[in-house]
Design a protein around this ligand. Structure first.
Ligand code: ATP
Ligand code: MG
Length: 223
């Protein structure tokens, strides 16, 4: 049975923290492949379900770069690794992106594979708190990876789960990279370097497309 990792994210832009997480999980869990899945409409970053509620500081609401730019940066960043691939399932599906839809789509594309959903400590907590985790755990194994600045421990997560399904949710300590897309965007916006935080091709793509230079009034490509 093929073992396929699934790394979901906004990837605005993809950075070395994402790549190290995927590489480390692939190694530790002997995965045949890791599929990176850029989100279509990341409603959590657009101010709540439906994306039309008022932006709040807490939701981190902001315009998201066009899906095609995020997709291409993800392709550029993963191209050199024979075990990495990129899926369009979320960007080609209309409406908001929910992890359960991502996993259902990938499961139907790879009916005989075992899926391993990879998520950082921050995202793991929110996924488990707002989605039907019993259904999620039926579709995939979940691998929570450490991320600087966030707590990754079972007791902390147990607040969100009535029982912690030990075999389907595993926590993994990975090399700490204190990199976030938010920091990369703010660096690009103020002309500071993003070299070595993101792959070289992504540095060049950001410059070529002039991403993150000016605040966007709307977010084309994610409607
Ligand atoms: P943003 O700052 O825009 O939220 P981000 O850096 O958090 O961006 P996302 O696209 O939101 O990146 O994250 C995709 C997935 O990668 C999430 O599961 C997240 O927890 C994980 N992740 C992101 N950065 C790291 C990192 N430095 N170490 C470990 N996991 C990470
Ligand atoms: Mg994030």
């Amino acid at each position: 049975m093929r073992r396929i990792g699934v790394m979901g994210g906004t990837f605005d832009p993809i950075h070395n923290g994402h790549l190290v997480a995927a590489s480390e999980v692939a190694h530790r869990f002997r995965l045949d492949e890791v599929v990176f899945v850029p989100t279509g409409r990341p409603w959590q970053k657009l101010g709540g379900p439906g994306g039309d509620s008022a932006p709040t500081a807490e939701s981190g609401s902001r315009p998201v770069s066009p899906a095609e730019d995020r997709y291409l940066m993800t392709v550029i960043a993963t191209a050199s690794n024979p075990r990495f691939s990129v899926s369009r399932v979320d960007i080609d599906r209309a409406g908001d992106t929910y992890t359960v839809d991502t996993l259902r789509d990938l499961k139907s594309l790879h009916p005989n594979a075992e899926l391993y959903f990879i998520t950082g400590a921050d995202a793991l907590e929110s996924i488990l708190s707002w989605q039907n985790w019993e259904e999620l755990f039926e579709l995939a194994n979940f691998i929570g990876v450490s991320r600087p600045g966030y707590v990754l421990d079972a007791k902390h997560l147990a607040k969100h789960l009535t029982t912690l399904p030990e075999d389907t949710l595993q926590l993994l300590e990975i090399p700490a990279l204190a990199i976030s897309s938010t920091e990369c965007r703010s660096r690009a916006a103020s002309g500071r370097p993003v070299w070595y935080l993101v792959p070289d091709g992504v540095v060049q793509y950001i410059a070529k497309r002039r991403l993150y230079r000016t605040p966007r009034a709307s977010s084309p490509g994610v409607s």
